[in-house]
Design a protein around this ligand. Structure first.
Ligand SMILES: [Zn+2]
Length: 118
């Protein structure tokens, strides 16, 4: 599974539009560190911090999960874009996922006071 460039850009723009871009990893190495930090925090029951929160990565994973839940594990096969695929069967749902996953990230960032709440 791989987002097409149109939908990858849309996801990035959604994160930017919500003021969360500063939390996005600058490269793969940082993304890896954040994933490890997030897992360690989860294991200890600690809240996310700027060192573990990557809204782009998390929004992406949430969309992939929603897609797999929707179409089953076969959805993993090939390089299909989950948003393009879901839009084929239910127009509008992909956009809902793109917006909803980023709204969730904004809620998390506010809830854990990673950004100002008003
Ligand atoms: Zn697409």
């Amino acid at each position: 599974m791989k987002f097409c460039s149109t939908h990858w850009d849309a996801l990035r723009e959604n994160i930017k539009a919500r003021g969360l871009w500063d939390f996005v990893s600058k490269d793969g190495a940082e993304a890896g560190r954040k994933m490890v930090a997030k897992q360690e925090a989860n294991d200890k029951g600690e809240p996310p911090t700027a060192a573990s929160f990557d809204p782009l990565l998390l929004a992406h994973m949430n969309i992939v999960s929603a897609y797999i839940e929707d179409v089953g594990i076969n959805g993993m096969v090939g390089d299909k874009c989950p948003i393009c695929e879901v839009e084929k069967s239910r127009a509008g749902l992909g956009k809902e996922w793109l917006d909803g996953s980023c709204d969730d990230m904004l809620r998390i960032a506010k809830h854990f006071k990673l950004i100002a709440t008003d």
